[in-house]
Each structure stands twice: as structure tokens, then as C-alpha cells.
Design a binder for this molecule. Structure first.
Ligand SMILES: C[S@@+](CC[C@H](N)C(=O)[O-])C[C@H]1O[C@@H](n2cnc3c(N)ncnc32)[C@H](O)[C@@H]1O
Length: 330
């Protein structure tokens, strides 16, 4: 038998780099999956496989993505094969689009990928739109076995977006976070990106990575921080800078904004209070805020952000120990 498919009754999650422990804690605290150790779970690189997940839980993971998982392998199976050609043929027969996640057997995996229909795995130039076609994920767990799932929770290859980086112009690497979160805002909510007609308010804008992205899209930015932005942005006619505590400025003092952003390092409770003030004011419909964590993650407070209508909480590829709240209302 050249290939044999063995359906698995569990579920598998591909964690963001170095976040496997966060993922385990989240699954136990947020999703009440208790037996994550011993024989009930196995790891393959950054994939965590959990056996015997009840149907109810699979349904749950269809609608709710763990923050620390790049993608979920919703219907995992093992593909036992002899040759690379057989492996690629078997995957192709299931569906067109497959992305690799590899932690070993890189050469062999590359040979399989070459035989699969083309998908663009290169870093993208911002702005980019995420295609809405299903994409499976697979990994070689040994030379003759693939762990895969055709059905996954992300439209991105192995749940990851990567941008072509500009090492010269942005004043900080934080620009990648706003590029990713704006891309996701458009993907989740169908809203256009900020553009020449947009007025943005940005709290905690120094040194200006986010502002740099916004002005490059042609938007006007009212940037507030205690410290000034990079000189090129301070001189940019699209930027108005105000040295102030962003949280003590009332929305009414700032006025109507198409987008409101915050990358301020503060307690999530303080951020939530500020977000609610903006939403209650009716002066903005679209917000993107980084939820910064100190120590263990308080999933109760994160839930309060996620419960705000027309919102999503995500962990970005470009987030470190923090989450991002994206809101786009009508
Ligand atoms: C992580 S940095 C922001 C980086 C920025 N998003 C970028 O792309 O370059 C956080 C900023 O928040 C500012 N900050 C902290 N508390 C603030 C407050 N209450 N009001 C305004 N800015 C504040 C800090 O001065 C710091 O510049």
C-alpha cells in the first residue's frame, strides 16, 4: 500500500514561536482542557496534539481560536507514505492548497512542497489582502509520516503572515504590528484601510512606527505621547503631535476619528476603561489596541475586550508577550 491515511480523534494547535507554554496554559484556563500532560498530549515541534477531544470541543475550536495558536488543525490525520511523490499526490487528492510547517526533515518537506500546487509562501509587501481560500497544513513527523489537516482555522499559510521589512525608514519595528493588525481588520471585518480621507488618533505614538505606516497610507494622524516622534514625522504635514497623557484627553477634546490606536504600555484595566470611553462617545467606530501583559495572562480581562461587539482579540505574528484587540463597528 503506497499511502495510508489514519484519521485522528484529537485536535492539534500550531503555536506561535516560543509560545507553547502560553498555549498550554490558555487551553487549560480558557478552554478547560485539563489533561495536557502525559499520554493525552504530544508535541511535534511547535504543534501540540491533544487526544480524544470530544466533539463538543471541536465545535468550540471551530468558532474560537486560542490566542497563542497560529492555526488549529481541526481534523488532523496521519499520512503514512513511502515516497515523496506518493505523499504529495495524496495531499493533492484531498485539496489544492497546502502549507508546510517544518521543525525537522526540512529537505524532504521542501521536496514534497515542490510537487504540490503553487502557493505563495514569500514575505508580502504591505498593503496586502489575505486570500479567502481554505489552506491545509502539514508537517513531517518522520521520513515516512505526515501529520496534517485540510481543515484549519486560518487562511494564512501555517497561520503566519510575514511582511517584507524596511530596515531604513520606519523609526521602530513596531510598524510591523500595525501592518499586520490593519491587514487582519480588513480581513475580519471588510473595512478599508486608513487612507487620504482618514483622521487617526494615536495614543503612545513615540518613536512613530505606527504613525509612519498611517501617513504612508495618506492618513492624517493626531499623535499623542509624552515624548516627541522621530524628526521626519514631527515635520510631516500629515502629523499633528501633542505632548500629553493620552488617557486624560477626553474623546470630545479630540473629536471624530476614523481610527483610534493605542500601543501604550499600561494595565489592561486602564486600557479597557479608555476604550469604553471612546466607544461610548460614538466618536470612532474603529480601534486597534495592544493589550500588554505583565506576568501571567489574565484571561478574564482579555475576555472583556473580546466581548465588545464587532471585536476580535488576536496574537499577531509580530506581537511578543502581548495581544491585540481589533474593533471595527458599523
Ligand atoms: C511601545 S511604545 C509605542 C511604540 C509606537 N507604537 C511605535 O510604533 O513606534 C509605547 C509608548 O507609549 C508612551 N506612553 C506611555 N504611557 C502613556 C500615556 N499615558 N500617554 C501617552 N503616551 C504614553 C510611551 O512614552 C511610549 O513612547
Amino acid at each position: 500500500m503506497p499511502v495510508h491515511i489514519e484519521k485522528l480523534d484529537g485536535i492539534a494547535f500550531l503555536a506561535f514561536p516560543d509560545t507553547l507554554d502560553f498555549l498550554k496554559t490558555e487551553l487549560s484556563e480558557r478552554f478547560s482542557l485539563s489533561s495536557l500532560s502525559g499520554t493525552n498530549s504530544k508535541t511535534f515541534g511547535e504543534i501540540l496534539y491533544i487526544e480524544n477531544t470530544s466533539e463538543k470541543r471541536t465545535d468550540l475550536f471551530l468558532s474560537e481560536q486560542p490566542y497563542w495558536a497560529r492555526t488549529t488543525l481541526l481534523e488532523p490525520f496521519l499520512l503514512h507514505f513511502e515516497s515523496i511523490g506518493d505523499a504529495a499526490k495524496a495531499l493533492k487528492e484531498i485539496q489544492r492548497n497546502w502549507a508546510p510547517y517544518q521543525y525537522q526533515s526540512f529537505r524532504r518537506a521542501a521536496l514534497i512542497q515542490e510537487k504540490l500546487p503553487y502557493i505563495n509562501l514569500k514575505a508580502k509587501n504591505f498593503p496586502v489582502e489575505i486570500p479567502k481560500s481554505p489552506i491545509g497544513v502539514y508537517t513531517l513527523i518522520d521520513d515516512k509520516t505526515i501529520l496534517a489537516s485540510a481543515k484549519t482555522s486560518s487562511f494564512l499559510p501555517a497561520g503566519k503572515i510575514e511582511f517584507v521589512e524596511d530596515h531604513e525608514n520606519p523609526p521602530s519595528r513596531a510598524y510591523l504590528k500595525i501592518q499586520e493588525s490593519l491587514t487582519l481588520a480588513r480581513h475580519f471585518f471588510g473595512v478599508p484601510l486608513p487612507g487620504p480621507d482618514s483622521r487617526c488618533f494615536e495614543a503612545g505614538a513615540c518613536p512613530g512606527g505606527w504613525t509612519w505606516v498611517l501617513v504612508n497610507l495618506g492618513a492624517k494622524v493626531y499623535a499623542v505621547d509624552r515624548a516627541e516622534l522621530a524628526p521626519s514625522l514631527m515635520q510631516n504635514p500629515l502629523v499633528e503631535f501633542c505632548a500629553h497623557d493620552a488617557f486624560t484627553l477626553k474623546p470630545e477634546e479630540i473629536g471624530k476619528c476614523d481610527w483610534v490606536f493605542s500601543d501604550v504600555i499600561c494595565y489592561p484595566e486602564r486600557l479597557l476603561e479608555w476604550v469604553k470611553k471612546w466607544l461610548d462617545s460614538g466618536l470612532t467606530k474603529k480601534m486597534i489596541c495592544t493589550i500588554k501583559m505583565q506576568g501571567a495572562i489574565d484571561y478574564e480581562i482579555v475576555k472583556k475586550f473580546a466581548e465588545i461587539p464587532d471585536s476580535r482579540v488576536v496574537h499577531l505574528n509580530y506581537n511578543k508577550h502581548e495581544l491585540t484587540w481589533i474593533h471595527a463597528g458599523e
